[in-house]
Design a protein. Structure first.
Length: 168
């Protein structure tokens, strides 16, 4: 692909994104909680809230970028980096924590060579901690791509990763 074609494609994407942000801002303009709802729509579309999109939203809504980041960083739902292909959530609720969830998290990070929330930057795995998944009777519990695994020990880590890594 030539540089001119690539640049044209990029500019087209940027203009399309700006148009989408303008449309979202107009749709939610007079509604209470509109910033959160627009950020939800952006995250649903991109999988996270890209900085450039947040910047366009700030311009469109005539609010400081800091206000957008206040909302993004306050609510655990929003992401600032692209998610990994596979999501791993380690429950750190009281029961899970007391039964070794912290050690599970550390072992997962070691085996996947990830840093909290940093390893998922469009990579294969994204590791995160969550407050409680409501499976206290299965403590410690981990959710991998929406599938809950409970009563785990360090020896179980490879077993829950193996299917996601594509190894038999």
């Amino acid at each position: 692909m030539s540089m001119q074609t690539e640049l044209g494609s990029l500019l087209g994407w940027v203009e399309g994104m700006r148009s989408r942000v303008r449309k979202l801002a107009r749709e939610w303009e007079d509604q209470e909680g509109n910033l959160i709802m627009i950020l939800h729509a952006i995250q649903n579309e991109f999988g996270y809230v890209p900085r450039g999109v947040a910047n366009e939203l700030a311009k469109e809504m005539k609010i400081p970028m800091a206000r957008i980041y206040e909302v993004i960083t306050f609510y655990h739902y929003f992401r600032l980096t692209p998610p990994g292909q596979h999501s791993i959530q380690v429950c750190m609720g009281t029961a899970c924590y007391l039964k070794g969830a912290s050690d599970l998290h550390d072992e997962l990070a070691r085996r996947l060579r990830l840093l909290e929330m940093g390893g998922g930057r469009g990579g294969e795995f994204q590791l995160e901690t969550v407050r409680c998944i409501g499976c206290c009777g299965m403590a410690p519990a981990v959710v991998v791509d929406g599938e809950t695994h409970g009563r785990l020990g360090l020896d179980d880590v490879e077993k829950i990763l193996k299917p996601k890594r594509g190894t038999p």
